[in-house]
Design a protein around this ligand. Sequence first.
Ligand code: ATP
Ligand code: MG
Length: 399
Amino acid sequence: MNPVFEEALPILHKIEKAGYEAYFVGGSVRDLLMGNEISDIDIATSATPQEIKTIFSRTVDVGIEHGTVVVLFNGLPYEVTTFRTESAYADFRRPDHVSFVRSLEEDLKRRDFTMNAIAMDKSGNIIDPYGGRKDIADKVIRTVGSAKERFQEDALRMMRAVRFVSQLDFAIEPLTYQALRLYGHLLKKISIERIAVEFEKMLLGKSSQLAMKVLVDTVLYNYLPGFYNKRIGLINYYQKEMNEKITLEERWVLLFYYLSLTEQPETVLRAWKLPVKQIKRIITGLNWLKFRLENDWTKTELYQATEEIAISTEKLYNMIKDKKLHSSLAEIKKKCRQLPIKTRKELQITGNDVLTWYDRRRGPWVGEVIEKAEKGVILGKVENRKEAIKEWLFKCNQM
Ligand code: ATP
Ligand code: MG
């Protein structure tokens, strides 16, 4: 057995010894069958969360009402979820009621796609009642049962379908695809946080451009914050070749560049409820990209942007302009390294120095003097030494 599963095997043995069933399920089994790297392992069991908690000494309650307990085993966390069905989807969101059941097959039936509805027992036998293996071989994303019903039960599954297109480079089976086109409006019922998780996984997947095309062709994009009616912008985005070195934030920047929003990007990013820090970095990236599209870098801007952001901006600029040569990146690196100082902290004078040199009361003028000195140093007009700066300031009568 694969070593990652091997390590988790004692969990299955323990649960079975206590008289219950337990299987590996979900993404890890799918990834194993695909020969992909295996991330976290999920386990499905006939034991209830309470029963699981009596079997293992170290557990964490993460969603008892949904039947999930995290078991800590050899220092690693495993999600152990009780077989369940989901009944009564009153409002197109997660079930308001889950019923625990004692059969694996019923549990697999409530899972989203056939490729995710495969279980593996302790001996490596595969249980695949919905044809997941065939769909994996055919590279097809297909809902378990009627796509229309499954998307109406939980509209997030539509975003998951698109996310899997990106991560796996699979096609969407025609009836599943048709349902995507029909039920996009149900995304309005789903919390933006959950949508954002899937969307960001989509942005980062190896076939993200193809997935974005699906988002456009199915009109799902109309139900995402800020994307309404932005078909052309999204097409321009997905027509750009993406390489895996482009970070998540850079992808957001590029996407927002192509969207050409009428509202403030910050308003839209807030609507996505991204973390404040991330929003700030995306806005900064966007602003520098706009600068770069109109100007060349000078020492002053390279200093203000910092090397990291200047390189990132130049990368995106090259993409937009279809420049394949990356000599400009090396050039920027060199220029940044040649700057006499990288941040204001490296400047050899402080506000106190300025106050002792000039016989004036404290005020905003101090900051202005420091800024002048900073500029002088960056542009190489004066050396970054206290005495030299002092002399230069007085000589040019900078005050
Ligand atoms: P990843 O590799 O990203 O973890 P995954 O398929 O394991 O992908 P998870 O979100 O970890 O995705 O979910 C684990 C499993 O739970 C899925 O494989 C699927 O069987 C089931 N599942 C998750 N979300 C849903 C949903 N909204 N509706 C039905 N089943 C779901
Ligand atoms: Mg998973």
